[in-house]
Design a protein. Sequence first.
Length: 93
Amino acid sequence: MNTFVPDKRPRLSRHVRLHTDKVSGAPVLLLPETIIVLNQTGYDILRLCDGSRTTPEIVQVLGSKYSADRLTMSREIFEYLQAISQKGLIAWS
């Protein structure tokens, strides 16, 4: 089981691919026999989960794109990563 760890570097799990749907143009996660449609914020978070950044670094990058309160944004990103980590969609290195 993947566990959310703020100082580690999240990356998509081996069986998960981030793509754009050719028909709708929507960002999606592709899993074996499953497609998860993402909103733009989810896509922006997951595209940064490439194993090169820690969660606080992801928050910093997104802080320059979104004009949200940094503390609120940080909490929401942490919660999002924790939720998808529990589903096995990201791994930590």
